[in-house]
Design a protein around this ligand. Structure first.
Ligand code: IVH
Length: 675
């Protein structure tokens, strides 16, 4: 134990910091710190207060939730306090919660209601005679703010309840939140206006709801989902929490689709795992899962401790925002020469992954966020999205930071950098003279959706270009087996495999070939449209812009890029050389071409015992262009499950991968599947 005096000083410092962060978070809707850091401060304070009870005071941040309502909204006193939840940060704490619950209830197993923990802000809606009469924020749990005008603008909040069997008054509690897509949309709009944007969907929801002008709130994509009740005439709606929520659903409220009843701690652990797997695919952000004793009589038996019920717990996910140092800003040159600043970060573990780089988009973004080299920055890694730098912790800015300046020349080849007309993007003017653009073009050429050259990864392309062996995609087909085998990370076997993959890729479709060429603005869909319009490549090469614009989805900009591409003698030489090396496609039109390899781009996993040898199935699939891998992931398109399939089948179910039995497989092979 530290001396009481030291503990008192630390407690005072922690309270000062927490109060400051509370103010920024709740009043200004502009947090200084990521939640993880805030939680750490609060937990440290709690731990010290537990150890030195003499230091606990009524005004300690541990003694209340939230902060004072800000001026501008009327105060609302909640009839029943709006509670908070205890947290479990790992399985052990969840197991401990279940043990305490079983002990208090004197039961061997407890049934829990399980719901995702939405990351927004809590709202209490009061209905009288079935009509919404008041909406209030949680505030400090006792008193919140009257935000009725703003909440009325949220489409998923019923203004009048459906049916007629509702009690009056009825107070419904739930979360106002913003979908990930809505968040990206309003932040994108803010960026286009040169404004700062919100740090995360939760702040965006809070900021939008606490607008003094409801017409602003009305333009924000907010949603409401209910998870509980407040003051209800006559008491319970049903004997269990989950049944009460279902009744609310019948009166027009949104209830989480993920709501489930689970049995015992095993059920809780399995639910948590399933939601964790699914998390990235949910259209909204969640920061954990909430487990509540489902039986309301049992809830009453358990009661509350200060601000949280004993009958519920939030199993939190590891935080996906952390603070780290911005060590440098490097520039990355893309396939089309676009120069993107990339943050080099002091390695930091975020939700189990070590992050060392984050995208910074463009120069304006760096200026807008006032990022300087040496700053402490908030980094966020959510879902499958590339890590982002959300902002600076100004409080921690050291004395000697360095302002970043964009150079005038390409860092890779020294060519001039030019600003696009729309102003944001800076591009290297070096074209394929620039080794960075060359490497990326070749990677794109070989990519799965392009020529699908298996085994031609970044490191190999890097060496081939750096050694001057490959200058254009056409050179790939001239590289010898020996030259490949001599590369780092390559042996005889991989060199052989790569040679075979190169050979295989020569039989392709016109659409894939066009996509692989990397013409600006020509993605897969446009490439397919071009191929079906011009089954003969020469006709496409000769088409003028007016002709090109007759193709669906081809506008003036795309037409200009296509036309310009085929006017470059260098590009025509590369195409000619590729065809000389044997690249060919069947001269049938459009989507029919894909019939040659109808499963191209699809990934399958085989599991369990099949009635034919696995190698045979693999070969048959490969002939149709499919790839067979050994592990199920979110990228798997189909799992073929034979007899006695085990954990792969479970995983596929959790991930929502399409599962085929042998009959389904045969129908896929016969071309009747949903491929
Ligand atoms: S129940 C009596 N259920 O989490 C328990 N809260 O940390 C009251 N939240 O203020 C809350 N999803 O804003 C509950 N399914 C859910 C939730 C949820 C999100 C939020 C809510 C609450 C906070 C507590």
């Amino acid at each position: 134990m530290m001396p009481l005096q030291d503990a008192a000083a630390r407690v005072a410092e922690l309270r000062r910091q927490i109060e400051l962060h509370n103010y920024h978070y709740y009043v200004l809707d502009d947090p200084l710190l990521p939640d993880s850091e805030y939680d750490r401060l609060l937990r440290e304070l709690k731990a010290l207060e537990d150890r030195y009870p003499a230091l606990v005071t009524g005004d300690s941040p541990t003694q209340r939730v939230g902060a004072k309502p800000r001026e501008g909204f009327a105060e609302v006193t909640h009839k029943l306090p709006m509670l908070s939840l205890d947290n479990a940060f790992d399985d052990r704490e969840l197991i401990e919660f279940d043990r305490r619950t079983r002990e208090r209830l004197g039961r061997a197993t407890v049934i829990y209601a399980a719901e995702p923990k939405l990351d927004g802000l809590a709202i209490s809606l009061r209905y009288e005679g079935g009509i919404l009469i008041q909406a209030a924020t949680r505030g400090d749990g006792q008193q919140g703010e009257d935000v009725t005008g703003n909440v009325r603008t949220i489409a998923s909040v019923p203004l009048r309840l459906l049916g007629d069997d509702w009690p009056t008054p009825l107070e419904v509690r739930g979360e106002v939140y913003m979908t990930t897509r809505g968040f990206e949309q309003i932040n994108g709009d803010a960026a286009r206006r040169g404004e700062k944007g919100f740090a995360n969907p939760r702040n965006a929801a809070a900021g939008s709801l606490r607008q003094l002008d409801p017409t602003i709130t009305a333009r924000r994509p907010l949603e409401f989902s209910c998870y509980g009740l407040g003051d209800v005439a006559g008491g319970d709606l049903a004997p269990t929490h989950s049944a009460s929520l279902r009744r609310l659903g019948g009166w027009g409220f949104r209830v989480s689709r993920e709501l489930a009843q689970v049995s015992g701690v095993e059920g809780c652990l399995a639910y948590f795992r399933a939601i964790s797997e699914k998390r990235n695919r949910l259209p909204y952000e969640i920061d954990g899962v909430v487990f509540k004793v489902d039986d309301l009589a049992q809830q009453r038996q358990m009661g509350f401790v200060s601000r949280a019920p004993r009958w519920a717990i939030a199993r939190k996910f590891p935080a996906h925002e952390e603070i780290t140092r911005l060590l440098a800003i490097d520039l990355q040159v893309g396939r089309t020469g676009a120069v993107t600043p990339v943050a080099r970060l002091e390695p930091v573990s975020i939700a189990g992954v070590t992050v060392t780089n984050a995208t910074l988009h463009n120069e304006d973004e760096i200026l807008r966020k006032d990022l300087r080299i040496g700053d402490s920055v908030i980094v966020r890694r959510a879902g499958d999205v590339i890590p982002q730098v959300m902002g600076v912790v100004l409080e921690r800015r050291p004395a000697c930071t360095q302002v970043f300046q964009m150079p005038n020349h390409c860092p890779e080849c020294g060519s001039d950098l030019v600003k696009e007309t729309d102003g944001a993007i800076l591009r290297c003017s070096g074209g394929l003279y620039c080794p960075a653009q060359r490497k990326r073009s070749i990677r794109h050429f070989a990519s799965r959706r392009g020529m699908d050259i298996e085994g031609l990864g970044d490191k190999i392309v890097e060496q081939l270009v750096d050694k001057g062996i490959v200058l254009t995609p056409a050179d790939l087909f001239r590289v010898t087996r020996d030259a490949l085998a001599a590369l780092d990370r390559m042996g005889e076997k991989s060199a052989n495999n790569l040679c075979q993959a190169l050979e295989r890729s020569k039989h392709t479709t016109l659409a894939r070939f066009l996509y692989a060429l990397g013409i600006r603005e020509v993605g897969e869909a446009t490439a397919r449209a071009l191929a079906s319009h011009y089954p003969n490549l020469t006709d496409l090469q000769e088409a003028d812009e007016t002709e090109l614009m007759r193709i669906p989805d081809v506008g003036p900009v795309v037409a200009e890029h296509i036309h310009a591409f085929f006017r470059q003698p260098h590009n025509l030489e590369v195409i000619e050389s590729l065809r000389q090396s044997g690249i060919h496609w069947d001269s049938i039109t459009g989507s029919k071409q894909e019939r040659g390899r109808p499963l191209a781009g699809k990934t399958l996993v085989l599991t369990g015992t099949l009635s034919q040898p696995r190698e045979t199935v693999k070969e048959r699939l490969a002939l149709l262009g499919a790839r067979v891998t050994g592990t199920v992931s979110s990228k798997t398109d189909f799992l073929v499950a034979g007899e006695a399939a085990g954990s792969k089948l479970d995983k596929a179910r959790v991930l929502g991968v399409t599962i085929l039995d042998e009959q389904g497989l045969e129908s896929l092979l016969a071309g009747n599947g949903d491929a």
